[in-house]
Every structure is written in C-alpha cells, then in structure tokens.
Ligand binder design. Structure first.
Ligand SMILES: [Zn+2]
Length: 777
C-alpha cells in the first residue's frame, strides 16, 4: 500500500512493522513473502431488500440477503431466529449498506451472533440512495468487525482519482495549492488521497443506487475515474473498497473488492481552503471564475454534506503536549498527559477533547496520523455537550477501538447524557439532557461523568470542567493547564463549550432559565478563571486556525527561515489594543471572546440586530424580586475587575503580517464596543428572594414581548459549587461606563469583604449614578 506522503508513512509505520514481526514472524524486508489473510468476518454490499421465510412451528424465521462480496454475488442465509430478532436484523440490511457477518460451516450461511442475535449482520458503511459521499481511511475508522481476537479487514471509501492495472487511488478531492500568503506549495496538498495495491483477482461491482436491481459485476477497465480535481467538477466517482488484511498488516494489504456507485455524486462545487469559510484572510484572493463571487463571500457547504470542504491541517500548540486536530469549522484537541511520571510512558494518557462532525472522522484520524498519533492510542475522550458537531465521531472511534481490542474512557456531562436531576447547591430538577434519545450507544458507553469545579491532575496536563447551562442543559467549559516543556511553566487554555445562542433569541416559557444561566456562565468564567490563551470550540468564535495558517505563511517566507516562530509566539494572551494599567493590557483574549456572547444576551442595543432578538435588559427573565429594580446591600467577595466591551479583531499580533490587524469574525460583529467598560464583581446580594435559580412555574411579565410568561425553572448560579451565605454568589456588573477612567474610579471604591448599598436594574445590572463613585455606596 502506498500513501501520498511516503516519508511520513515510513515514520508512522515504523512501530507497526515491529508489531508485524512480533505477531507472525514474517520477514518484513522480503516483499515476496505472501501474507496469509487472517480468518475474518465476510463482508458485502446489500443489493436487495432482505427476504424473510415464513415462521416455523417455533415462530422462528430465516433471513436471506443478496450481497455483492469479494467472492461474487451471494445469497446469504441466516439461521432461524425469533421473529423479533428477524425484524431487528432486517432493519440493518438496507440496500447500499456494506455489512459483515461470520460465515458458518455450511456454504453461504451466517452464524447467528450469540450475545446479541440482532448483531448477526453489522453495518460498516451506509450508501443508501442519498447523494452524501462517505470517506474512510483504510487504516482508521470503520472496518470489518473483529472476529475473536482478530481485527476485521480494512475498508476504505472516497472518490476514485486514478487506477492502473495494479493500483487504485482514492481521496476526498480536497486540494490546497498555496499557503495563506499566496506562496505555492511544491506539491499541492491533498490531505486525504491514498493509493492502494489491487489483488490480482479483485472483484469490481457497479452498484446502482437509483435501482439496486441493476447492480452487477463490472471490470477494472470499466471502473470510472473522477475527471479532475477542480472543485467545479461535481460529477465524482464514489466507491467502497475492501482489503484482505486488517490494519496491523496495512502495508501488505491488497484490495479484494471495489463497489463503485452510479449515478455519480453531484455535490458541492465550492473552493476549499485551509482557513474557515468566509475568513477575512480570503479577502485578497480575488473572484471565483466559476460562481463570479468573491472567494471571501463563498459559504462552503456544511461539513455533514461536504466534509472535505472544511478540512484543515493539524498543528502543535504546546510542544509535544497539546495539538489541534479538528477541521476548519469545529475544534478537537489532543492532550498528551505524562501522569506525573515523564520517564514512564506506560501510564501516559492521550486525551481527546470533543469528537467533531459526523462523516468527518477520516480528517481527524488523518490529522492525528500526521502528528504521529495513532487514533487508537486515545485513552480518554472528553465531550463538552450533547450536540452532533461534538459527538459526531464517537461511535466510529469506539468501533475502531473495539476492532483493535483497545478500551477508551468516554467522559460526558451527566446533565446532557441523561438529565439535570440536581444542581451543585442541592436543588432538585427534572430537565432532560441534549443528547438525542437515538444515541443509545454513546449513552450506554459513557464511562465517566464529570465532577465540576475541581482539577483533574494528569501530571503535565490538568483539566477543570465547569458546568454552564444555556446552550444545552449540560454544556460544559474546560480549562486546560498545560506544562510547556520548553520553559517548564504551566499555561492555561480556556475552552468555552457552549457558545451558541440558537433558540434563546427571545424568552420563552422553556428557555428563560437558560438565558439567565448562559449570561451567568460567561461572567463566572471572566471573573473566576485566569486564562492565558483561547482554545476555541469553533473557528468562528476565535480564529485559532487562521492564527496557525498566518504563522505557517510567516515561517514559509524565505526571509524568516532562519528564525521561525511557534504558536506560542503567534497566539496572543492579551488583547493587543486594550488599554494598559501598570503596563499590562486589561483585557485577555479569553475574556474578550466571552464578552462577545455575554453582550449578545444582555444588552438593549442588541435588540436591533435581528428580528426576534430580545435582550435580558428589555425582555427578561428578571431574577425573582427584581422586576422593578432593587436597592440592596451587597458584600463584595472579590476586589472587582474591569471588563472592556468586545474588541472585534481578535489575536492581533503585528509580529506576523497576516495577523497585523487581528482577525474580525463575522459572528457577533455587531457587539463591537471597545470604548465601553464595565466593573464586574462577585457579590453576595443580601436579600432572600432570589436563590440562584429560576423556580418552576415562576410567572413574570416580559415588557419587551408585552406578554406574561410562566417559566419552567432551572439552575442559574446554583450550578457552581461555591456556597454563598444566603445563596450562591452572583457575578454582576455595572451598567456601561463610557471611559476607562470612570471604570477605575468605580473599581477603586470596591474592596473584598466590604458591604455596600447598590441599586440593581430589573436585569440585575448595577445602576451607575451621575457621580460614578456613588455606584457602590
Ligand atoms: Zn452545540
């Protein structure tokens, strides 16, 4: 098997070669030594609906399926199973599914799976009649299921880009010609394109997805090849491939069956970039001759429909420890933890943060391979919340591990995997989590639920998980402390795990508590966490991929060859243009990133940003007892902090030309307010009506909507473990101050432990009188 990066392949494959030697004593240096395919489950593509026999006296039925296999067209019969299991088995045997089964001793029969008869046939890939194209790397991802101790044979999927009499080239068609500064690569980057060796007796089938009855054996000569790599060429030849070997013998594997699908895929036709779709870094790229649109204006197809349009390369963030392995839309990070014993790798952990979009797994596995990390080496997978763009490859990863006989811990929030049954203040709730009921495998295989507000200590890597409902009931944030081996110091990275405001644009009976909790979560993170760098969840929240691509372009400039920079040089900790106090910029990039969305839910000014937008200020919900505002005593639990209004261009870094003006992302651009300031402080509000949550059935007028709502209750500040005197602390802030000077005056009037009188607005903002020094009295 040949890959398009022969040097990298040799590097990654080196430990594998040793494994092969140990496993079967074959002479790896002798290409003539035949590798005997291991006994494994058979596989084939279903081309007709399953046929069930009449029930026998015991009520059992036999299932017959027509499959195109490496041994020809077969009708495979199952043993007699109960009619209930027959129905379950039949449900997996949809035409277009690539399925596997264990052959029985009698010809063309399948053995019933003992533990779970419904798993007699297992689905590997599903073509169906959908135009959706699937991609799968031979070595990673989906494969034939394991038989006993033996991993199943490799499977690949993609578009066919070349064939010879002895080889076939498959990929996703993604091609990047130049770096972000416009300097051409010596060879175009094709992130997923692999060339495989064909068995001399390879079976080739044409599967007709418009009319499966027309599917038939074909020939290598007739096998169509995609015309070219132009993104405008939408007629592309999709295929599934089956090998004779499992991943342990990847370099000896030969393709024994090819199923190519007609009619051809006709999707996408949009340009592919390393940076996110509509990135400001595309502004100098001109106009697309195909669509006539400026490249910067073209919105790439969604990742689930055209995964390749969102691929990007992986990068190192902390030497040997922290990596970005996601795509150019959604993040996924790898943390390599030494467990406090740097010289003993036996206990090391490879922690993967979030699992990206479904149908995109091949990109993430490829990115990990490029960094020298086998995706099967992941020991722990941590999920932030129950949305498909973050759990999308969990089942694929679990199956890959199963096939290899490896285990992996799967971590999730109990609140999204199951339900909110209690908050950390002991109040009880019954609020369902966001993970869909259909995700039974993820739910069943979640091994660990997070404990919140405590550090998990993995030696050179430490993680704290903070629950902040809003985006979903169980959304979590993570703070990573990562030791930089270069200087031996720990640096913190902030990962906000629930940034999306979808569905919360105006108060409803069911989302009211989430709007309050969402705002509280942002303020809590700003106030309580000291964060060095942002590790965003999506690239339109913070431009981490653009930062790397700008860095890469800088390092590829021959003028900089002698002094290349690292991500540590490229990432900004402090907002470059934020004003300074005592020589330090007052705003961190993380606080600024949080401010973007804290503003969206909070302020009257955002009501004009879109139809149906209703801020907490104008429309509530208001914390119980504050509907008409409230003058009240408060005890300050910290010294307060100045929060600058959102500064639009993020990660401005004049050392790197492409970052000289920062990267302004379009998401929430309207909250840009660098000349506004707030003083935010942790307060014990000395009244007993509001207890840190919205009670069930609370009735309140929404002035902005002009209607009264009966709110479903839910936790707000009560998701934080810290106990207040009367209730959990609140993280409140003043109304907008028009100058840094005014903010400094207000800040100077606050001292930790002091008790003050303040006036709260209905939205629990601290009112600022004309004499700002009288805000805290
Ligand atoms: Zn989400």
């Amino acid at each position: 098997m040949k890959l398009n990066h022969p040097r990298l392949w040799a590097w990654v494959a080196a430990p594998l070669a040793t494994l092969i030697l140990n496993a079967c004593n074959s002479d790896d240096d002798d290409p003539q030594t035949p590798v005997v395919p291991p006994v494994q489950r058979a596989a084939g593509v279903v081309v007709a609906a399953p046929v069930l026999s009449a029930s026998d006296a015991a009520g059992n039925q036999t299932i017959n399926i027509k499959v195109l296999t490496a041994a020809g067209l077969k009708t495979i019969a199952s043993p007699a199973v109960s009619s209930g299991n027959a129905a379950k088995i039949s449900a997996t045997l949809v035409p277009g599914n690539l399925v596997d089964w264990e052959s029985d001793t009698a010809a063309d029969t399948a053995k019933v799976a003992g533990a779970d008869p419904a798993k007699t046939f297992q689905v590997i890939l599903s073509k169906g009649t959908a135009g959706l194209t699937q991609f799968n790397l031979a070595k990673y991802g989906w494969s034939v299921n394991r038989l006993g101790d033996t991993p199943g044979a490799m499977v690949a999927a993609g578009w066919i880009y070349a064939k010879t009499g002895t080889s076939i080239t498959v990929g996703d068609g993604g091609m990047v010609l130049a770096d972000q500064a416009g300097r051409a690569f010596d060879k175009p980057v094709k992130r997923y394109e692999e060339t495989y060796t064909l068995a001399s007796d390879v079976k080739v089938y044409n599967v007709n997805t418009a009319d499966y009855a027309q599917s038939a054996e074909s020939t290598l000569a007739a096998l169509p090849v995609t015309a070219d790599y132009s993104y405008a060429t939408t007629s592309r030849q999709a295929a599934y491939l089956l090998f004779d070997q499992n991943y342990l013998n990847a370099d000896k594997a030969k393709v024994v069956a090819i199923w190519y699908f007609t009619p051809q895929a006709r999707s996408d036709g949009k340009p592919v970039w390393d940076v996110p779709t509509q990135s400001p870094l595309l502004a100098d790229k001109g106009t697309d001759p195909v669509s006539g649109l400026a490249y910067v204006s073209i919105n790439a197809t969604t990742p689930t429909n055209a995964a390749y349009s969102r691929s990007t390369e992986p990068f190192e963030m902390v030497k040997g420890t922290m990596y970005y392995v996601g795509d150019n839309e959604v993040a996924s990070y790898i943390l390599k933890a030494d467990m406090g014993t740097p010289n003993d790798p036996s206990d090391d952990k490879v922690i993967k943060i979030d699992a990206g979009w479904p149908n995109s797994g091949y990109q993430y596995w490829k990115n990990m391979e490029l960094l020298g990390i086998d995706p099967r080496s992941v020991t722990d997978l941590w999920l932030t919340h129950g949305h498909a763009d973050h759990y999308g490859t969990v089942v694929e990863q679990l199956r890959m591990m199963d096939n290899a006989g490896k285990t992996m811990k799967l971590w999730a929030s109990r609140e999204d995997a199951q339900a909110i049954t209690a908050d950390l203040q002991g109040n009880t709730w019954n609020i369902p989590g966001a993970l869909p009921l259909s995700e039974t495998e993820i739910r069943a295989r979640t091994s660990d639920f997070y404990q919140y507000d405590k550090w998990y200590d993995f030696g050179n890597v430490q993680i704290m998980v903070i629950w902040s409902p809003g985006h979903t009931p169980g959304s979590t944030n993570m703070v990573f402390k990562v030791k930089n081996p270069t200087d031996g110091k720990f640096y913190t990275f902030g990962y906000h795990g629930g940034y999306g405001f979808n569905g919360m644009e105006q108060p409803t009976a069911s989302n009211g508590w989430k709007r309050l909790a969402w705002q509280a979560g942002f303020s809590y993170l700003q106030q309580s966490q000291d964060i060095d760098f942002v590790s965003p969840q999506h690239t339109n929240h913070f431009p981490i991929v653009e930062v790397f691509q700008a860095l890469k372009a800088y390092n590829r400039d021959p003028a900089n060859a002698a002094a290349p920079l690292t991500m540590f040089d490229a990432m900004r900790s402090r907002v470059y243009d934020a004003p300074q106090i005592n020589g330090a910029s007052i705003t961190t990039e993380f606080s600024n990133q949080l401010e973007k969305r804290r503003s969206v839910v909070s302020y009257r000014a955002t009501d004009s940003s879109g139809a149906g937008r209703k801020s907490l200020e104008t429309s509530g919900p208001f914390k119980p007892g504050r509907e008409n505002g409230l003058t009240v005593q408060v005890t300050a639990l910290d010294d307060g902090k100045i929060i600058q209004g959102f500064v639009g261009p993020q990660n401005k870094n004049p050392r790197i030309p492409l970052l000289a003006n920062g990267i302004p992302t379009t998401l929430d651009a309207y909250v840009n307010d660098p000349t506004g300031y707030y003083v935010q402080v942790t307060l014990d509000v000395l009244e007993n009506t509001y207890k840190g949550y919205l009670p069930d059935g609370y009735v309140q007028l929404s002035p902005g909507l002009g209607t009264t709502l009966t709110y479903q209750g839910g936790p707000v500040e009560s998701v934080i473990a810290t106990k207040g005197t009367l209730h959990p602390p609140e993280y409140l802030r003043t109304q907008r101050l028009a100058s840094l000077e005014d903010a400094q005056k207000v800040l100077a009037s606050i001292r930790k432990g002091g008790t003050f009188t303040v006036t709260l607005t209905p939205a629990s903002e601290i009112a600022v009188p004309v004499d700002v020094t009288q805000t805290f009295r």
